[in-house]
Design a protein around this ligand. Structure first.
Ligand code: 5GP
Length: 212
């Protein structure tokens, strides 16, 4: 038996691309995957549950988490903090479980710096026109705010070269299918399997006298 550690998968991409929807659908079909619940200072939306959607924190509490080095990454997004608690990720990976993060681009780049063995998936809009439409239709914001979000999305798309995979989100089910395939492929990677084997296989295993 290969003593396998879990793999950290990071789904990211520009705002408005549909990361949340894809992640929710993925978790309906991938029950063994562990979702890392983020901490945030943003207000709870109707129907959201503390400890299930997010850990809702005050600014003070969040800053304490940063000070105590409890976060794998954190970022400020639209005036609120978002971050990934480190302990959960590490303990699940150590237990051999795959962990899945769905976070914005700045955070994903921080994870990459500290955790280069993770798998980074960029969710790409079906077209720039479509992304623009989704951002513009999102709320009742001023033209200036919408323009800021569009500029932000452009910068986020320019970060694509930091990722291992690009999944075009033209259809949610197909995007989920592609992510499932990435998960399977990563578990079959020679480099990963070799690392585990090197730890457990001894020369003696191939000695005819040890066969019983
Ligand atoms: P929302 O407020 O709509 O739930 O999320 C806003 C954005 O924050 C989304 O792009 C989401 O992916 C991102 N996000 C959620 N959790 C985290 C986190 O722990 N870290 C970072 N960097 N971004 C996050």
């Amino acid at each position: 038996m290969i003593d396998e550690k879990g793999i950290l998968f990071v789904l990211s991409g520009p705002s408005g691309v549909g990361k949340g929807t894809v992640r929710e659908r993925l978790f309906e079909v991938e029950e063994q995957l562990k979702y890392s619940i983020s901490a945030t200072t943003r207000n709870k939306r109707p129907g959201e549950v503390h400890g299930s959607d997010y850990y809702f924190k005050t600014h003070n509490e969040f800053e304490k988490m940063i000070e105590n080095d409890e976060l794998l990454e954190h970022a400020k997004y639209v005036d609120n903090y978002y971050g990934t608690p480190k302990d959960y990720v590490q303990s699940e990976l150590d237990a051999g479980n795959d962990v899945f993060l769905e976070i914005e681009v700045q955070g994903a780049l921080q994870v990459k710096e500290n955790f280069s063995e993770g798998v980074f998936i960029f969710l790409f809009p079906p077209s720039l026109e479509e992304l623009k439409k989704r951002i513009v239709n999102r709320g009742t914001e001023s033209e200036e705010l919408v323009q800021n979000r569009l500029n932000e999305a452009q910068k986020e798309i320019e970060m694509m070269h930091n990722y291992d995979y690009v999944v075009v989100n033209d259809n949610v089910d197909y995007a989920v299918q592609k992510i499932k395939s990435i998960i399977v492929s990563e578990h079959c990677k020679r480099e990963r399997i070799e690392k585990q084997y090197n730890n457990i296989i001894k020369d003696d295993d191939f000695n005819v006298r040890t066969i019983n």
